[in-house]
Ligand binder design. Structure first.
Ligand code: CIZ
Length: 323
């Protein structure tokens, strides 16, 4: 199809997105790390576990996944017959890329007898090598579901794995992957901000290194951090140490509260911190305009090799069954 040169703008763009969505019986799922403007067009906003659950039960014919590639792949694995669209197919994930399937296979093969737990932030090919998946919301529950005598490989996030190991008291064999956003928050800047805002409540994602988690009042997944705001002080101050897209829903949950974004470290602590380097460049590849074109063109579509999909589905279904 030949695209007209320009997408509509402003209110017309939003109206067209909603019209196309209704016309094609599509559901728009958006992750908390998406731009505010995309979250506002979504039918469901959530973390990857909540969105996987939505994808597993939706009656819509088309799933438009506003997130990164592995999340849309999860939706496709759960809905092999449905059209699953991702506004920008290049919206990847540094964590997922830190665990290539061939190297992971060698790692697993070298450790027979281990149960393999894979964070959903991984490719379908890596999930296909796994026994069960987890998200940051349910990682501890998934680890606890494995008999205490069984050794566990946990991949790909070393920092999430370290947190889960400390929370559950279970030793885990960790793949040494990491998320380029979460591993880079500035410890010095967090300490400085805590000093400047006495009483501020520090919310930290478990993909952050131990030294940053040690500064937290609450460590949890995006939905758990959002819950901490929902149930916390309505007029409190919160220091948010995860991708700042989540702040859009936090502000809606507690309009009277103050939210301070933690900055990233640039060039080592001697050089300083950057308040713009904490957004995920991959998540932010999706834009409202690309969402419009993807509905309009019914593309780009997420596809998975059927042989890989067959093996990758089971670990996700096992995770969803754990709840
Ligand atoms: O699991 C997810 O959705 C991610 C990437 C973060 C979180 O904690 O929700």
């Amino acid at each position: 199809m030949i695209q007209p040169a320009l997408a509509p703008v402003g209110a017309e763009l939003v109206a067209e997105i909603q019209r196309l969505k209704r016309e094609m019986n599509a559901v728009i799922l958006a992750h908390y790390y998406q731009d505010d403007s995309i979250q506002d067009q979504a039918d469901f906003i959530g973390d990857s576990l909540q969105l996987a659950r939505q994808a597993a039960t939706t009656s819509a014919e088309v799933i438009v996944f506003c997130g990164v590639h592995f999340m849309a792949e999860t939706a496709k694995l759960l809905n092999p017959a449905k059209l699953v669209l991702l506004p920008d197919l290049l919206a990847g994930c540094s964590l997922s890329e830190s665990c290539p399937a061939d190297r992971f296979k060698a790692f697993v093969d070298a450790r027979p007898g281990h149960v393999v737990i894979t964070y959903v932030n991984s490719s379908a090919a890596v999930k296909a090598l796994s026994d069960i998946c987890c998200t940051s919301s349910n990682a501890c529950a998934v680890v606890r579901s494995i008999p205490a005598s069984t050794p566990i490989i946990f991949a790909p996030d070393q920092f999430l794995g370290d947190w889960v190991s400390r929370e559950t008291g279970r030793p885990l064999v960790l793949w040494q992957g990491s998320c380029e956003v979460h591993e880079n928050f500035s410890q010095n800047a967090i300490v400085r901000l805590q000093g400047e805002h006495p009483g501020i409540i520090t919310l930290v994602h478990p993909e952050c290194p131990l030294a940053v988690r040690a500064l937290a009042d609450v460590v949890g997944s995006t939905s758990q951090l959002l819950d901490a705001v929902r149930t916390g002080k309505r007029d409190g101050s919160y220091l948010v140490v995860t991708e700042p897209g989540i702040i859009h829903q936090m502000r809606k949950a507690a309009p009277g509260a103050t939210f301070v974004m933690a900055p990233a470290e640039v060039g080592g602590s001697q050089i300083g911190s950057c308040s713009h380097c904490n957004t995920c460049p991959h998540m932010r590849r999706n834009t409202l305009e690309k969402l419009y074109w993807c509905l309009r063109n019914r593309a780009p579509e997420v596809r998975i090799d059927p042989a890989i999909a067959e093996r990758a589905r089971l670990p996700i279904e096992r995770m969803i069954a754990i709840g």
